[in-house]
Ligand binder design. Structure first.
Ligand code: ADP
Ligand code: MG
Length: 246
């Protein structure tokens, strides 16, 4: 099996607290993987370690032809890895003092060093794709929660990253905005974007994911196709979790 994304032996400690305890995960090109599990179990930390928002302590992360050893990573490799991922945050994490357009352009002009006109053109396309073609000049405070998160997703889409990481992208939203954000993610998934999505929307995970990964206590407990995990989980911890959230 060829892994486009290969995570091997990932360990992360905060002080004496081992939050990720040896995570191994291989994603094939175009594979969409949903991560589920109780809160405090290391799901966000896993995503954050993959682009070194939190530097992992041990393990190896490979994205395409770039392979990085966490224990001896150079600044250049870290930035190169970060360039290959797009991150969508639970709380949008938009710049409040920048317009929707500038938020989308930010990564292109800074991380990618694109000239401004090219980044503007890309932002225009993205604003259309996220259904905000006429809101490019709006500041986040003038947008609904759903619109803000669509900008957050647009910012990640603009990067054309090999791997998109979504960390509970709808859990900070008022219920009325959840649908439009899930619709946008569904479209991205339909395009066979390789993605890891942490979500508590079980129905959604079942619908868009090729594979469900259940995590608990900093480890992957069980993984498999949605029908298997939701219909016939083997591990009692998985079944207990699904009973609680279902
Ligand atoms: P999840 O996303 O599954 O809810 P997290 O990855 O956010 O879990 O957190 C896993 C554990 O790591 C929790 O016990 C949390 O308190 C701890 N943790 C997360 N980030 C930090 C941090 N920056 N410093 C110290 N502990 C942290
Ligand atoms: Mg989390």
């Amino acid at each position: 099996m060829s892994c486009e994304i290969d995570i091997a032996g990932l360990v992360k400690r905060f002080g004496g607290n081992t939050v990720l305890n040896g995570i191994d995960l291989c994603l094939k090109p175009g594979e969409r993987v949903a991560i589920i599990g109780p809160s405090g179990t290391g799901k966000s930390t896993l995503l954050r370690c993959l682009n070194f928002l939190d530097p992992p302590d041990e393990g190896r992360i490979t994205i395409g032809d770039l392979s990085v050893d966490a224990a001896r990573v150079s600044k250049a490799d870290m930035l190169a890895l970060r360039r290959r991922t797009g991150f969508v945050f639970q709380n949008y994490a938009l710049f409040a003092n920048k317009t929707a357009r500038d938020n989308i352009m930010e990564g292109l002009t800074t991380v990618r060093n694109w000239p401004k006109p090219r980044a503007e053109e890309r932002a225009r396309e993205i604003l259309q794709q996220i259904g905000l073609g006429d809101r490019g000049d709006s500041y986040p405070s003038a947008l609904s929660g759903g619109q803000q998160q669509r900008v957050g997703i647009g910012r990640a889409m603009a990067l054309d990253a090999e791997l998109m990481l979504f960390d509970e992208p709808t859990s900070a939203l008022d219920p009325e905005w959840v649908g439009e954000v899930l619709d946008l993610i569904r479209r991205i998934a339909d395009g066979r974007q390789t993605m890891l999505i942490v979500t508590h929307e079980m129905q959604f995970a079942r619908e868009i994911a090729d594979r469900i990964v259940f995590m608990e206590g900093g480890r992957i407990v069980e993984q498999g196709p949605p029908a298997q995990i939701f219909g016939n989980a083997q591990d009692e911890r998985t079944r207990a979790f699904l009973r609680r959230v279902g």
